[in-house]
Design a protein. Structure first.
Length: 96
């Protein structure tokens, strides 16, 4: 499954509802796991981003749908990075 790093920033609404952030994240994680995602890590962070998730998704379309569901709640905005393992990168380099 493809791996993604998702960098989240709280919206104004998310900051107002900060005390519920763990519950919101747990609900989103449970919903995405029902859709076949595997959450490898979820971290609240200091600095430029407020939350970082490491996720495996069944495919790109599923990942995008999951991100749309989370964005629709209005508590966070995200930036998503496709992550490649050394094995995956070796396969890419062979195509050069």
């Amino acid at each position: 499954m493809p791996t993604y790093i998702v960098l989240y920033k709280f919206t104004d609404q998310g900051v107002k509802n900060i005390k519920a952030t763990i519950q919101h994240a747990s609900a989103a994680q449970a919903e995405n796991e029902r859709r076949g995602f595997k959450v490898l890590g979820l971290y609240w962070t200091q600095g430029q981003y407020d939350l970082v998730a490491v996720v495996e998704a069944p495919d790109e379309q599923a990942m995008l749908a999951g991100l749309f569901n989370i964005a629709g709640a209005g508590n966070v905005r995200s930036e998503t990075l496709r992550a490649f393992s050394a094995t995956e990168l070796a396969q890419v380099l062979e195509k050069m």
